[in-house]
Write a protein that binds this ligand. Sequence first.
Ligand code: HQG
Length: 181
Amino acid sequence: VITINYQELSKEVSYALRHAPSEYGLILDENGWVDVQGFLEALRKKNKWTLVKLDDLICMIEASDKKRHEIVNNKIRALYGHSIVSQIKKEIAEPPEYLYHGTARRFIKSIKEKGLLSQERQYVHLSVDEETAYEVGKRRDQKPVILRIRAKLAFVNGVSFYKGNDKIWLSDSIKSDFIEF
Ligand code: HQG
């Protein structure tokens, strides 16, 4: 019996759909979608995934604690995290009053000066609650800093926000005026 490692599969799917579709011969549409059958064929060309099936992708998404990908109408996409040059179009949405950003202590000085920048990705990533922000920040620092973002105020002052998933919002860069340190 061959068991699929969903975590490994999820990492490869994220890599393909967020960062390197062309490495798989894939072209994402403007909203980040790609035909799921074509996607499976591209994945199967990698030694590790020669037997991967649609059901595996469905189970992988189902099993994940974070909703990173979705399959709708025979298409698949990543919900956030993209770094490819052509920016994925997201629908502008009105954020809650506050959102949170978990980051490393070493970045605070620069964030105070320049605000929150999307860096390698297409958008800034924000969390709906402090717990989620803490987990995000933990990837970079044992004692992450949680910044509270005056999201609604930024929004009414012209900063665009977009929904990633239930826990993650995306935005354009955010000046430090809207950040509570
Ligand atoms: C920092 C993961 C210096 C920013 C996570 C962050 C998230 C600055 C880093 C999602 C800065 C970028 C995204 C400035 C921002 N000066 N540093 N002016 N502005 N930064 O990975 O938000 O598990 O691109 O604080 O859980 O950490 O992959 O963004 O530390 O949801 O699904 O620059 O990725 O999700 O790092 O994480 P990232 P992020 P997955």
